[in-house]
Design a protein around this ligand. Sequence first.
Ligand code: MN
Ligand code: MN
Length: 319
Amino acid sequence: MTTPLGPTDSSRIPRFAGPATFARLPRLDQVEKADIVVAGVPFDAGVSYRPGARFAPAHVRESSRLLRPYHPGLDVSPFEVAQVADAGDIAVNPFDIRDALDTIEEAARELTADGTRLLTVGGDHTITLPLLRAAKAQHGEIALLHFDAHLDTWDTYFGADYTHGTPFRRAFEEGILDTEALCHLGTRGPLYGKKDLEDDRRFGFGIVTAADVYHQGVVEVIDRVRQRIGDRPLYISIDIDVLDPAHAPGTGTPEAGGMTSRELLEILRGLDGLNLIGADVVEVSPPYDHAEITGIAASHVAYDLVSLLAKRHVAMTQG
Ligand code: MN
Ligand code: MN
């Protein structure tokens, strides 16, 4: 294996200068082959409340300038053990949601065709459906960990099937998900009615609420989740509104009483060793962010996901 091309050296070019890629990594066109790519999807035509997530990819990249190359919590230098690159943004139609979904699926299939793993920075949560479609085509039925204040298994809004509140019901209907291995984490806040939970259970989802994280603690939550997922191909979708608005104010549909960023990052670190095949971080809305609080949280979450993918890459190529 050739030595991976790493981030721009911060001892030569200061962090506030240099490339605007994720973690100042090389662009995909600057490397021979990438093991892991980070791609942006600037799309927010599926939101039901505050817009702005179309500006998230650039914002999260900007907030990722301070990321350093060694992850002590996972004991890995992700950019050394794998070639990680920034694939830029997927240019999607802002006026036609179905066309946008097709473009995202096609791009995800292309980027992952030779086994490259994809981490996507949204965009609103609508974009996860085509990303799951592409993952299903490659891996079969997918286990899903869905971090979110909301269920996102609603049916329609104003008669529309494809919105940021409906991707996981559509994914269930399309037979994408492994219904033995689905879990929401961090849900809270009021629902339309009890039926929301009954429908959700029918689709196969388990739920670890934000209150469960508080009462049971991170260690027990990790244990519950690992048992449910086993060694199935796992996709992790993180709606940044899983964090309390104190930790992520810049988002589209904030709910009080969420996880801290410390709890979220510790749960992610507890997933080390699972068969992670892809992930996304969605629903960052920069116009509602302050002092990059949400951008920094999202960039650290993305860094943890890249680190998990890098460790998995090592395990797969050496074992
Ligand atoms: Mn949400
Ligand atoms: Mn969501």
